[in-house]
Write a protein that binds this ligand. Structure first.
Ligand code: MN
Length: 326
């Protein structure tokens, strides 16, 4: 029998005497999740999932669009709370109006980072504007480490200047890559960058060997360290790699978001919009939101009611940790 791959990869077999190894990329596929609301736009969620709950401190990845808002109704998420995490909004197309209980009123636009720190408690609303025809982007969450998870609420906005490297254009919104450094403060070493890969190009990037990485492909097919990752999939590469080679073998531009960070070793409990360390943390946060506590403050200017928390599950919410790698 024969290898039926059209383009077989060269494999190093047997014992490796120099500690060399081929990077292993796990490909995670997305599941469709309706965001709620009368005409419910759908997002593609790659994190968390059974096979992987975190990449560094990145604990949640929703990818949506390109959606014609005339068909989907766009985004209309009423005021809702967060604890123990930061939200990262990054758009490819469209515009979202953000309001939060810190008093921030901001517009999320393509190529602009909006980083909201929930910490002990914040609430916010997100609505695509009437100027939006096509909505397309990602919504990501970062888990806060124990010593910072009760930090004060915060909101930061940053517009990176894209940098050019061989075969690609890169916008670094968190951390550093390709010689560019984002000034935005994070609570753990993190990387977040948009990569636009030219047709028929190969780009090799120096990466931090202490980081694990995830490549969320937005459009096109990208070969990540030898493994093909299709649009809407998330390629995962573990620690111990000093370079990352990305290839776009197609005739059209490919686009992806590269996430990275040092492995997050704490067990966390995630439920609805809350991250805690125990079931009790979640019960407490839910109760505070239902009682309109000062913990989450008030969102001014949203036209409509706030989102009620869903009912708690009957069972105790189990903590999440990444499965041990083989
Ligand atoms: Mn939110």
């Amino acid at each position: 029998m024969s290898n039926v791959e059209r383009d077989p990869t060269e494999l190093r077999c047997g014992a490796s005497d120099h500690g060399e190894r081929l990077p292993v990329v796990d490909v995670l596929s997305a599941r469709d999740v309706p965001l709620g609301g009368p005409r419910a736009m759908t997002v593609r969620r790659t994190l968390p999932q059974r096979a992987r709950t975190l990449i560094g401190a990145w604990c949640f990845a929703d990818h949506y669009g390109p959606d014609d808002v005339a068909d989907t109704g766009g985004m209309d998420v009423a005021p809702h709370p967060h604890t123990g995490l930061q939200t990262v909004s990054w758009l490819f197309s469209g515009e979202i109006e953000h309001r939060d209980s810190l008093g921030s009123h901001a517009f999320v636009r393509p190529g602009e980072l909006n980083l909201m720190t929930g910490g002990y408690g914040i609430s916010h609303s997100e609505v695509s504007t009437t100027r939006t025809t096509i909505l397309h982007g990602v919504q990501l969450w970062v888990a806060l480490p124990e010593e910072h998870r009760h930090t004060a609420r915060d909101f930061q906005h940053y517009v990176p200047s894209p940098v050019r490297v061989d075969g690609a254009e890169i916008s670094v919104f968190l951390g550093s890559l390709a010689g560019d450094i984002s000034p935005v403060r994070t609570f753990m070493p993190l990387l977040g960058a948009e990569l636009v890969l030219e047709p028929h190009s190969t780009t090799t990037l120096a990466i931090d060997p202490d980081f694990e990485h995830g490549l969320l492909v937005d459009q096109g097919d990208v070969r990540m360290a030898g493994t093909l990752v299709h649009a809407a999939e998330l390629g995962y590469l573990g620690t111990g790699n000093g370079t990352l080679t990305l290839t776009n073998e197609t005739d059209t531009v490919a686009r992806a978001v590269l996430l990275g960070g040092t492995p997050f070793d704490e067990q966390i409990v995630m439920w609805w919009n809350f991250i805690g360390r125990s079931h009790e943390d979640i019960v407490e946060a839910r109760e505070a939101w239902q009682n309109a506590s000062e913990r989450f403050g008030k969102v001014d200017g949203y036209d409509g009611d706030r989102l009620p928390a869903p009912a708690l599950p009957n069972a105790t919410i189990a903590p999440r940790k990444n499965p041990t790698r083989h």
